[in-house]
Design a protein around this ligand. Structure first.
Ligand code: PBG
Length: 310
């Protein structure tokens, strides 16, 4: 009877697996703050995606960990940069079997760890950053990406990326906008996964959302729709179910939620201590995210959920 009347059904079709690929390593490198997550080599990435595809996971989102970081994040748009070669590897191997999404940002590639370029006095330069995002989008498109996912929260980033894609033969590349991305304390483990430390103990509050606000997020979502986003995202997930639910009510575009590194790490840490049943909590949490309105969920639990949802 419970099955018959269930209102929400989590399916493997809803899952997007975040994957890290690191330049210049021969073996996968475990991320200590994210049990079960590694920085992949090019070949271990291909193997991991093979297994995810076989489990029915429809999409992956790639994050690069480059060897070389500099002030402008050059490696992010280098045709031979780690994410571009990884996209080509996956495209060659899997064709249309998997949707390849690439996170589009500079923080993994800049030596100061900010998501954008800095002015001489150390502030993030929104408009100069847009030109770099456009170059990154074109590099990802030429490598064969299906979806660019700008995560830097710069004003006007969706319009800049859409325009660059359209004028460089990337008309078919979709834009998944991290529209309502909060300046959350839950990204800690991710920063270890991508070796990012923000210079001078800085933070991202000048460009990410204040966690006190929801109307402001609705405005950010509206702007991204107007700028040409194909899909919208709320991030993190659980702390912002109200934002997701309001977004669901207002927008008909596909809606994504990112269950982030800190959310995953907390479940693991408590489960390790025997305080909670980690598998049950993971299923409960991700189902709640879908119940609140997400069509797709980016989650480090993608693989283990896919195994259990068979
Ligand atoms: C920025 C980016 C971040 C995450 C995804 N893209 C980190 C940040 O904004 O500091 C976080 C993902 C997670 O915590 O799982 N490129």
């Amino acid at each position: 009877m419970r099955r018959l009347v269930a209102e929400t059904r989590l399916s493997v079709d809803d899952l997007v697996a975040p994957l890290f690929v690191r330049e210049g390593v021969d073996e996968p490198v475990p991320v200590s703050s994210l049990p079960g997550v590694v920085q992949h080599t090019r070949s271990s990435l291909v193997e991991e995606v093979r297994q995810l595809v076989d489990l029915g996971v429809p999409a992956v989102i790639l994050f690069g960990v480059p060897d070389h970081k500099d002030a402008v994040g050059s490696a992010a748009s280098d045709p031979e940069g780690i994410v571009q070669v990884a996209i080509r590897d996956l495209r060659d191997r899997f064709g249309d079997e998997v949707v390849v999404v690439a996170d589009l940002c500079l923080d993994e590639y800049t030596d100061h760890g900010h998501c954008g370029l800095l002015t001489t006095d150390g502030r993030v330069d929104n408009d100069a950053t847009l030109e770099r995002y456009a170059e990154v989008a074109v590099a990802q498109a030429r490598a064969g990406v299906d979806v660019c996912a700008p995560s830097g929260m710069m004003d006007g980033q969706v319009r800049a990326i859409r325009g660059a894609l359209d004028s460089a033969g990337g008309e078919d590349v979709a834009v998944l906008a991290y529209s309502a991305k909060y300046a959350s304390a839950l990204y800690g483990p991710f920063r270890e996964a991508v070796d990012v430390e923000i210079a001078d103990g800085g933070d991202r509050r000048s460009y990410q959302q204040d966690w006190a606000n929801v109307r402001e997020s609705m405005e950010e979502l509206r702007l991204d729709v107007a700028e040409g986003a194909d899909m919208l995202m709320v991030k993190p997930a659980l702390t912002y179910l109200d934002v997701l639910s309001r977004a669901r009510a207002e927008f008909d575009l596909p809606l994504a939620a990112y269950h982030v590194s800190g959310e995953y790490a907390m479940v693991h840490a408590a489960a390790e201590r025997g305080w909670i049943d980690g598998d049950a909590v993971a299923l409960e949490q991700i189902t709640a995210v879908v119940r609140a309105g997400a069509d797709l969920v980016l989650t480090y639990f993608a693989r283990s959920l896919a195994e259990r949802l068979q």
